[in-house]
Design a protein around this ligand. Structure first.
Ligand SMILES: [Zn+2]
Length: 200
């Protein structure tokens, strides 16, 4: 997903950042370890933060629906999705479970995970991510309902600031259609989603 202008702009800034860090250790032999770091950092941002056009293009090319008469609940997950928190630009690990009740159309099994992964390619809060993922599945598949359950581990909480263990996690949930209206559908999904995440 090479975006030359973006890469150039980011490289200028990562070079500045690494130079500032180097300035803290004048004469230290370990500075050599930072060689090539501005380039690696710039590449990482390009890999992990796609443009809106790239996200839309990936969604349209990856997500195809098929006609099928299956009417039961489909639950898939948890998938692991990496994103960046918009406040600290540090990695967040999301464990994502998606549920749908189809209405005449189904998605290939891997495509749910594909959508979830694509939407993680921008700096985004877990709450926003959860809502956007539910909206995306609901819009593309038009099922009777969509449910998304996300368990997030945030590096900005584990590696800095309050420095919590990794198992201090955040859960978020977005419900649409039948999952919102029917307590039975909601309970069936939530039971499965929580078991999948907390079975060990
Ligand atoms: Zn953060």
């Amino acid at each position: 997903m090479a975006d030359v202008e973006f890469q150039k702009r980011i490289l200028t800034l990562t070079t500045e950042l690494v130079d500032a860090l180097k300035g803290r250790y004048p004469g230290w032999g370990g500075l050599i370890q930072l060689n090539g770091t501005p380039e690696r950092l710039a590449k990482m941002y390009d890999e992990n933060c796609w443009s809106s056009e790239e996200i839309e293009k990936e969604l349209s090319s990856q997500v195809r629906v098929f006609d099928d008469g299956y009417k039961g609940m489909v639950i898939i997950g948890p998938a692991t999705v990496w994103s960046l928190c918009p406040h600290h630009l540090l990695p967040c690990e999301f464990r994502v479970t998606i549920g749908v009740v189809p209405s005449g159309k189904v998605l290939g099994a891997s495509k749910f995970t594909r959508i979830a992964t694509i939407l993680g390619h921008r700096p985004i809060m877990q709450e926003t991510y959860t809502t956007e993922l539910a909206n995306e599945v609901q819009t593309r598949l038009s099922p009777l309902g969509t449910a998304v359950y996300v368990v997030g581990s945030h590096s900005c909480m584990t590696s800095r600031g309050i420095k919590q263990p990794r198992d201090n996690q955040m859960t978020t949930c977005a419900l649409q259609g039948c999952f919102k209206e029917s307590q039975a559908a909601r309970e069936e999904f939530m039971l499965s989603a929580t078991r999948r995440n907390y079975s060990e």
